[in-house]
Design a protein around this ligand. Structure first.
Ligand code: 6PG
Length: 243
């Protein structure tokens, strides 16, 4: 089901799915489609992965799809400053759900070296991103407070101009993280949000009211929501229409 994109300020398109399973399957197919388009046009697909439970479900489906994996380069939207291999890192989750199940050169996996600490890791990753050029697709989750990647409301990292920025005092542990900068997120050819669960209603309500939460500052994104995430009484429900 596709909604009027005007329903969410700044969105390119909004899709509502019945539940997180259907959402994650639909997004996996969408990623495969965008991968094929990019590979056809430029021979390579630069994809930035998100952390979080909703993206994880999607990766578990994505790994079964027919994609020219050797031409996909994986990046990360954010990383937690924890030792390499720590199960709480986003790259550990991505390996377990997706990367360990597909055949590709290990050089195609561009992890954020967050074990070096936020400042050093962000500086190194910014250089790596600059040499990679524009990202084709950035996958994004949204936290209950409206954060995306590791850009949290009112955190000074949000205004950083570097391609990757150090993040301190994150309200969700661990406090120290690295995130792609807001400019990098916005510069990607495509941005896609996966947002599921009633816990996301309040942040979506605020975005509908025009509050500039970090997720709302990513322009022209494709939003994939599940029904549970829809605000109960507002325009998103009222204006929703089938396609
Ligand atoms: C992180 C994630 C974060 C996540 C959202 C949504 O490192 O914490 O990258 O930005 O994507 O919090 O997560 P859920 O899908 O689990 O709600």
């Amino acid at each position: 089901m596709k909604m009027n994109s005007a329903d969410l300020p700044n969105a390119q398109a909004v899709f509502v799915h019945d539940d997180p399973e259907i959402l994650s399957a639909a997004v996996a197919l969408r990623i495969a489609e965008l991968a094929a388009e990019a590979i056809e046009a430029r021979g390579v697909f630069h994809l930035a992965l998100a952390g979080g439970e909703t993206p994880r479900r999607c990766y578990e489906k994505l790994r079964h799809l027919a994609i020219d994996w050797g031409r996909v380069h994986f990046y990360f939207g954010d990383e937690r400053c924890l030792p390499e291999g720590d199960a709480r890192r986003n790259d550990s989750m991505a390996r377990e759900a997706l990367l360990d199940h597909v055949t590709l050169p290990q050089g195609n996996i561009h992890c954020i070296p967050a074990e070096l600490g936020a400042i050093e890791a962000a500086a190194r990753y910014a250089r790596e991103l600059e040499s990679a050029g524009k990202l084709d697709l950035v996958l994004l989750g949204m936290g209950e407070d409206g954060h995306t990647a590791s850009l949290f409301p009112d955190n000074p990292a949000n205004t950083g101009v570097a391609a990757a920025v150090p993040v301190f005092n994150a309200p969700k542990p661990p406090a120290e993280r690295v995130s792609l900068g807001m400019g990098t997120l916005n510069a990607a050819r495509r941005k896609l949000f996966l947002v599921a669960g009633a816990g996301k209603r309040e942040a979506l309500e605020q975005i509908l009211r025009g509050v500039a939460l970090p997720a709302a500052q990513v322009g022209n994104a494709e939003w994939h929501l599940d029904r549970a995430a829809l605000p109960v009484t507002n325009e998103l429900r009222g204006k929703r229409k089938c396609k």
